[in-house]
Design a binder for this molecule. Structure first.
Ligand SMILES: Cc1cc2nc3c(=O)[nH]c(=O)nc-3n(C[C@H](O)[C@H](O)[C@H](O)COP(=O)(O)OP(=O)(O)OC[C@H]3O[C@@H](n4cnc5c(N)ncnc54)[C@H](O)[C@@H]3O)c2cc1C
Ligand SMILES: NC(=O)c1ccc[n+]([C@@H]2O[C@H](COP(=O)([O-])OP(=O)(O)OC[C@H]3O[C@@H](n4cnc5c(N)ncnc54)[C@H](OP(=O)(O)O)[C@@H]3O)[C@@H](O)[C@H]2O)c1
Length: 440
């Protein structure tokens, strides 16, 4: 029997969990993982905070998948640019899209595009060495930075801004970002949530970490923890994770500042209405909210807070791939359980939206693959041709980075990190990455 040929587009957790489930199937399967960057692992390499090396170590499980017979990696190949969906459909029995969420959600307020107002997505990609974001210049000279949003990404951004040179030194944060954070004039990082402490999206381990930073005090106003009746009831019925997060906040509210050089201040029930400034961010106008049926509703109380830089951390957003269906409203590929139609599937953030931790993508991708295999067994997959991706790319002059090329990048990065006690020093320009992949 001819092996089932499957293309998985995107090499983040969803792509690797899909590949792993496919290679574990009880029929012969060949999987080509196609990735626009020269490097695999998606947000595990380029999103997860560099001071969380244990989380980044999940890539070891992905390395095991990559070592299995039937697996191939085609980095430096962007679907929609180097190869179209229609071409993939001809080359493979089935295509799984696991392209993540490539951009940010907007606040939709005046001043959002002023210089100094950044999407968290940009800052995160910059400090993690994403080659498309290395030209950005963050002015951290003002003494107050504001982070909008109460999710884990907002906490990553706040924490990264607050790390000391000693905390940054053993990480794989890019050298440019380490220099900028070490030289930063930011003394206060104000994290602002539109709803209350009970409704925050973050998780307790991440909230708890804020209390252990060497270089920053954590400040919570006890008044912000006086809950209205509905929030009190919500907390009572909430899962233990929410209760633990609120306990951390209650602990912080009792702490006196210890005089550390920076402070992270958490504010709740507050929304930005405008980002203000002449040619660059100088202040934010906020409105105080009250909760009505769990929603944030603006009151008349307004306040303007000076600040020099804003990080909008209100969620990521999926981007469509030319030639396949896309729902603009949710930023996802419309699907049922991961099936778009026989032969076309989705997994991960582009399937369900930009939420969930790395492990969430395992169940999600496995569900998708089960439907794909069902379609294969029932003979509903559309017919394919006999061309190969490598022939098509060669015809087009596209030079893919194969898995051995990524391993050469990996060796070069680890080798550069070792003498400094760092897990790696990332190559962060396209030229350096492609040279290292070729062994130059
Ligand atoms: C800043 C941040 C920090 C996080 N930290 C943690 C954490 O500490 N712990 C945790 O458990 N979870 C964390 N998460 C969540 C976790 O990263 C996600 O759940 C997970 O990465 C989503 O997987 P995915 O495969 O859907 O998308 P991604 O990881 O984004 O992977 C998508 C891949 O597709 C590629 N791609 C996109 N378009 C194309 C195209 N047209 N052609 C080819 N390739 C393409 C991209 O380059 C990328 O490599 C974090 C998320 C963020 C944003
Ligand atoms: N260490 C980790 O495990 C880790 C680290 C980073 C990320 N992640 C995961 O990755 C996923 C994405 O994280 P995320 O932080 O980007 O998203 P998220 O968890 O969805 O949080 C988004 C935050 O933005 C707020 N928000 C949305 N629109 C807003 C608006 N117009 N004005 C003000 N606030 C607004 C939301 O508030 P509302 O609730 O009011 O909408 C919420 O607080 C999450 O599942 C997260 O847990 C995990």
């Amino acid at each position: 029997m001819d092996p089932l040929r499957v293309a998985v587009v995107g090499s983040g957790p969803a792509g690797f969990y899909a590949a792993s489930a496919l290679l574990a199937a009880d029929l012969p399967v060949e999987v080509d993982v196609i990735e626009r960057l020269p490097t695999p692992w998606g947000l595990v390499r380029l999103g997860v905070a560099p001071d969380h090396p244990n989380i980044k170590a999940v890539s070891r499980a992905f390395e095991k998948t990559a070592a299995q017979p039937g697996f191939r990696f085609f980095g430096n190949v962007e679907v929609g640019r180097d190869v179209t969906h229609e071409e993939l459909r001809q080359l493979y029995d089935a295509v799984v899209y696991s392209v993540g969420a490539q951009t940010d959600r907007q606040l939709g307020i005046p001043g959002e595009d002023l210089p100094g107002s950044w999407a968290a997505t940009e800052f995160v990609a910059w400090y993690n060495g994403h080659p498309d974001f290395q030209e950005l210049e963050f002015d951290l000279s003002h003494d107050r930075a504001v982070v909008i949003g109460n999710g884990n990404v907002a906490l990553d951004v706040a924490r990264m801004l607050a790390l000391t040179p000693e905390e940054l030194a053993p990480t794989d944060t890019t050298d440019a970002a380490i220099a900028a954070i070490n030289g930063s004039g930011v003394r206060e990082i104000l994290v602002v949530g539109r709803r209350g402490p009970v409704q925050a999206a973050w998780t307790p381990v991440e909230v708890g970490e804020l209390g252990d930073l060497a270089g920053a005090d954590i400040v919570v106003d006890p008044a912000d923890l006086e809950l209205d009746e509905a929030s009190e009831a919500e907390l009572e019925a909430a899962p233990p994770t929410v209760k633990r997060s609120v306990e951390h906040l209650r602990d912080y509210a009792t702490r006196a500042p210890a005089g550390r050089p920076r402070r992270i201040v958490l504010r709740f029930l507050t929304s930005p209405v405008a980002i203000l400034g002449e040619g660059k961010v100088e202040a934010i106008e906020f409105v105080r909210n009250e909760l009505v049926d769990g929603r944030a509703v603006a009151t008349d109380e307004r306040e303007t807070i000076p600040c020099g830089v804003v990080f909008r951390s209100v969620g990521y957003r999926g981007v469509g791939v030319p030639g396949i269906p896309f729902d603009e409203r949710s930023g996802t590929i419309p699907n049922e359980g991961g099936r778009v139609e026989p032969g076309l599937y989705a997994a991960g953030w582009i399937k369900r939206g930009p939420s969930g931790v790395i492990g969430t993508n395992k169940k999600d991708a496995t569900e998708t693959v089960q439907l794909l295999l069902e379609d294969a067994r029932s003979g509903t997959l559309p017919p394919r041709g006999n061309e190969t991706l490598e022939a098509l790319l060669a015809e087009r002059g596209v030079e893919p980075v194969l898995y051995a090329g990524w391993q050469a990048i990996d060796r070069a990065e680890r080798g550069a990190g070792e003498p400094h006690g760092r897990p790696r020093v990332k190559l962060s320009s396209w030229i350096d990455l492609l040279d290292a992949a070729r062994g130059d």
